[in-house]
Design a protein around this ligand. Structure first.
Ligand code: DC
Length: 209
């Protein structure tokens, strides 16, 4: 039977880098749930929809399976903001919950593991998952990592701005009423403040082995 691996944590804690590495190593299907929120946000932006227009937002969500989850535009900073805003809406979370819970059946085939990363995967989406990781890192370290990622892609931004956006997103993720970011009771806490990706991967691999 396929084992579900959940990886949760705040923005730029290294979840998606770790999840990608593990996914390649074990040929495990991977769902980065943040991309679901981001692709809805991108459609909202492209179609100039008001985020409070529930009817139109719902019609976007109904086309979720057609979205390109690999679009580079998903990581633009205005998409960060719209995604963060819509992620506090219950009807959106409920609809995405179903989509995420169906992911292992849709994609597992003969894989040993299926990996899903996000904010509430170990708490709300797969509370019975066998492996639950909660990643953390100091906000300043996360800001630096994000800054390097953004500038590497040719965008211009100041480290200070990236830091203040991370602190704001943390506060929204941690304090929202529905499915706030928090470690699942039976999760392993992985603080990557002083770990590079290789070291983080080794810890994760030890857990899975
Ligand atoms: O992981 P990310 O930065 O790509 O996530 C984008 C946004 O979606 C972020 O504001 C948090 C939100 N999100 C969420 O609320 N729940 C998830 N499971 C994944 C992401």
């Amino acid at each position: 039977m396929v084992e579900i691996v959940t990886i949760d944590g705040p923005a730029s804690s290294g979840k998606s880098t770790l999840a990608k590495k593990i996914s390649i190593y074990y040929s495990a299907p991977l769902l980065s749930s943040g991309k679901l929120y981001r692709s809805i946000a991108l459609e909202i932006k492209n179609k100039k929809i008001d985020t409070s227009d529930k009817k139109r937002v719902k019609s976007i969500i109904n086309k979720l399976q057609d979205f390109n989850l690999n679009s580079k535009n998903l990581f633009l900073s205005d998409i960060d903001k719209i995604a963060s805003k819509i992620s506090s809406k219950k009807y959106i979370r409920d609809r995405l919950k179903k989509y995420q819970q169906e992911f292992p059946n849709r994609s597992a085939r003969n894989a040993k593991y299926v990996i899903i990363e996000g904010r509430d995967i170990g708490t709300e989406i797969f509370p019975n998952a066998r492996y639950k990781i909660f990643m953390w890192a100091d906000a300043k370290v996360r800001a630096k990592r994000r800054f390097e990622q953004i500038t590497k892609n040719g965008q211009k931004v100041s480290l200070r701005k990236v830091y203040s956006e991370i602190v704001l997103r943390d506060s929204k993720d941690l304090n929202r009423k529905i499915a706030p970011l928090k470690p699942a009771v039976n999760s392993v806490l992985l603080d990557t403040t002083y770990l590079d990706i290789e070291q983080t991967f080794n810890v994760m691999n030890t857990i899975l082995k």
